[in-house]
Design a protein around this ligand. Structure first.
Ligand code: MG
Length: 172
């Protein structure tokens, strides 16, 4: 353990800030819930979007998840404003394939919920449904090098949480 354990920001404040930052980067929680629905609908026929949304919110209440969201979004915003130094700036602006730290950061989210989340994350990262397609569009000048992986990891974690809570894991 390192650093002070004294809390300067309350749990609720940190949760609300996390929600605000996701919103100001143009992503709705409903869109993340839609990814979770996409991942689980074939295994859980009675699944609703509301249930997915509730699980996304519960994932976002975890401190590890909030830390990853805030760190990743901050780096995206600094890259967009060209406030990082080279060679890091160029790697983030181009979403350089060999950079890989965006995926590493998303592991901090996935680690909280175990292996189903990891499998699901790999799947939606390849297929890029819904909001992930938009975040990967490089033509609008916005930089979401970190956010696309973070959103995928939140959706995959919510999916894992759902599967565990329903005590019904999807097949590999
Ligand atoms: Mg990325």
């Amino acid at each position: 353990m390192t650093g002070s354990t004294q809390n300067c920001v309350s749990e609720e404040e940190l949760y609300q800030t996390t929600l605000q930052w996701i919103a100001k980067r143009g992503v709705e929680l409903k869109e993340i819930a839609e990814l979770t629905f996409f991942l689980q609908k074939d295994y859980l026929p009675s699944l609703t979007l509301e249930e997915c949304l509730e699980n996304v919110k519960q994932v976002l209440k975890k401190r590890e998840v909030q830390n990853a969201v805030l760190t990743g979004i901050q780096l995206d915003m600094l890259a967009e404003r060209r406030q990082l130094e080279e060679p890091l700036l160029d790697m983030l602006v181009r979403d350089e394939g060999l950079y890989g730290i965006d995926e590493v950061l998303s592991m901090a989210i996935l680690n909280v919920y175990g292996s189903i989340g990891l499998t699901n994350y790999g799947y939606i990262d390849r297929v890029k449904p819904g909001v992930l397609k938009r975040l990967n569009d490089k033509h609008d000048g916005e930089i979401h090098t970190f956010l696309d992986d973070i959103v995928g990891a939140i959706a995959a974690s919510a999916s894992s949480r759902l599967a565990h809570n329903r005590k019904q894991a999807p097949p590999d």
